[in-house]
Every structure is written in structure tokens, then in C-alpha cells.
Write a protein that binds this ligand. Structure first.
Ligand code: SIN
Length: 301
């Protein structure tokens, strides 16, 4: 019998596996495939203060071992998410819920957080969306701006606050440390890498927004490297994210320093991915002679 449970910012997860925000809607999309109660937690679709239609289409481009998206934070707005989507999810789901929030100003971030935080267990502050102007990644690529927004949201947030970081920076440890010093309780890394594809027949970018965020199996080694660096630089827990597609990937990310692990693009390729990873995790642990997963967090120095 192996122990897969972990403690994330004071919250016990029965296992470390979490569908990443934007890859499971508000839960209903995955609930069609399996009982969500086997998850460690769920990170629901990115939410903003006002409803958003998102970017023009096409918004998705396929790539070898990955994909580009430029969704642009499409969502029905925090009022609908808090009043309708989260209660709907809670009817059949009883594990921790993570709200992923975005904004275009510090006031928007704080107002969004205030409206949603009491309905969830943990708030993930997205300062890393590469697909919007004047928001998202603009906060996450400057240590000063990152600290300003984290400090403001921390003051109004009644739940543990985890900050989702962008890999599109020179040194992610500088941003990570700024967030930790400003009061973040944890960090999620990484969001997508800014990328581009061109339709050579049409002589045009594939994405209407020209550029988008690259994710999928190809980014796994980059995510792993950044988790390792940030684990050495910070004391707060890390949720690893980026190219995870197997139970062995989960263990590898945890050895690099992740306390929990999000599965993103793989959910879009295989909606059963999280279920299969959770079922395989004890088998992989046995193969690797691991009886308690949390003892292996950050063992690589
Ligand atoms: C999007 O909605 O454009 C993706 C969200 C993100 O990358 O944070």
C-alpha cells in the first residue's frame, strides 16, 4: 500500500494530480468522462471580472509534440462563475477547487478575487497569460509588477494564494522570489511559452492573434528545469505544470521540487489522462520503491 497524498498550502490532496486551468472547463467537460472525485484537486477555467468572448479564431494550432493556443481568456465573468458554475461543480465534486483568476489592472484582480475566493479552496493568480494585451503576462514579466499585484490580492484573499508564472522571462527565480516576498503562499509553473506558426500556403500566421502559448509534451524539460531552479530559490510550495502526460512525469516533477502537478494539454488529447495517471501512480511508485510520495518532493539538489 503506497501513500499518494500531499499537503499543498495546508490543504490535503488525496493525490498530487490536478487538471490545469483551461483544460477542463468548470468541471462539466471532464465529468462526462469519469468521476472527478478521484482527482487531487481541480483548477477551473480562467476567470476575469467581466465576461470575455476571447480572441478571434483560429485560436489553436497543432505542433509536433504540442499545441499553440490563443484563447484570450474566454469566460462568462466572475459573477456567473461564482453564482452558477462553482455551485454546479460542487453538486458532484467534493475535492479541493482552485479558482484561476486574471485581470487587466490590479483593481480587476482584487475585485475578481474578492468575489470568488470564499467559494473555493485555493486561488491561482494568473499573471502569465501570453494572449492578452495590458494584462496577464505584462504583470508576470516584471518583478516589480508581479509583487504589486500579489501584494494587493493577498490582502483581499481569504484562501491560500498561488501565483501562476510565465516561462517567458530571462530568470524565473527573480519573479518567483518577488512573489514569495509579496505574500504568495505557493507558485504554479509554468504557463505556456510564446510561440508562432505560419501557414505557408496562405502566407499568413495560423493563429488570428499571430502568436500564442505553446504547451504539450515538448515543454516538459523546460518546465522541469524551472521547477528545479525555483525550488532551490524559494521556500513556498510549487505546483508543477507543463507537458505532463504520465505518472512517471508526475514523479519526475515532484523530484525536481513540485508538491502537486497539473496536467494540461494531455487532457485535450486524451480526456481520461488524469484518471489514467492517478490509477498508474501507485504502480509506478511500487516500481520505483516509493512508499510515500511526499518524501520525494525536491530530492534532487
Ligand atoms: C488563454 O485564455 O489565452 C490561455 C490562458 C493562459 O495561458 O493563461
Amino acid at each position: 500500500m503506497v501513500n499518494t497524498s500531499v499537503n499543498l498550502c495546508g490543504i490535503t490532496l488525496q493525490n498530487p494530480v490536478i487538471p490545469a486551468s483551461g483544460t477542463c472547463g468548470f468541471g462539466a467537460e471532464l465529468a462526462e468522462w469519469y468521476d472527478l472525485n478521484l482527482l487531487g484537486a481541480i483548477s477551473i477555467k480562467g476567470t476575469t471580472l467581466e465576461p470575455r468572448f476571447g480572441n478571434p479564431t483560429p485560436r489553436i494550432a497543432e505542433c509536433p509534440n504540442g499545441m499553440l493556443n490563443s484563447v484570450g481568456l474566454q469566460n462568462p465573468g466572475v459573477e456567473t462563475v461564482a453564482a452558477e458554475e462553482i455551485p454546479r461543480l460542487k453538486k458532484h465534486y467534493h475535492q479541493p477547487i482552485i479558482a484561476n483568476i486574471s485581470g487587466f489592472s490590479i483593481d480587476e484582480y482584487t475585485a475578481c478575487c474578492e468575489r470568488i475566493c470564499n467559494s473555493v479552496d485555493l486561488v491561482e493568480l494568473n499573471i502569465s497569460c501570453p494572449n492578452v494585451h495590458n494584462g496577464g503576462m505584462a504583470f508576470g514579466t516584471s518583478a516589480t509588477e508581479a509583487a504589486r499585484v500579489v501584494s494587493a490580492v493577498r490582502k483581499v484573499c481569504s484562501r491560500p494564494l498561488v501565483v501562476k508564472l510565465t516561462p517567458n522571462v530571462t530568470d524565473i527565480t527573480v519573479i518567483a522570489r518577488a512573489c514569495e516576498e509579496a505574500g504568495a503562499d505557493g507558485l504554479t509553473l509554468i504557463n505556456t511559452l510564446l510561440g508562432m506558426r505560419i501557414d505557408v500556403m496562405r502566407r499568413k500566421p495560423v493563429l488570428a492573434n499571430k502568436m500564442g502559448g505553446f504547451s504539450g509534451a515538448a515543454v516538459f524539460p523546460i518546465a522541469l528545469r524551472m521547477i528545479y531552479q525555483v525550488h532551490l530559490a524559494c521556500r513556498i510550495p510549487i505546483i508543477g505544470c507543463g507537458g505532463v502526460s504520465s505518472a512517471r512525469d508526475v514523479i519526475e516533477m515532484m523530484m525536481a521540487g513540485a508538491t502537486a502537478v497539473q496536467v494540461g494539454s494531455e487532457n485535450l488529447r486524451n480526456p481520461l489522462a488524469c484518471k489514467e495517471i492517478i490509477e498508474n501512480l501507485p504502480l509506478e511508485m511500487e516500481k520505483l520503491h516509493i512508499s510515500d510520495l511526499k518524501e520525494f518532493i525536491g530530492i534532487i539538489q
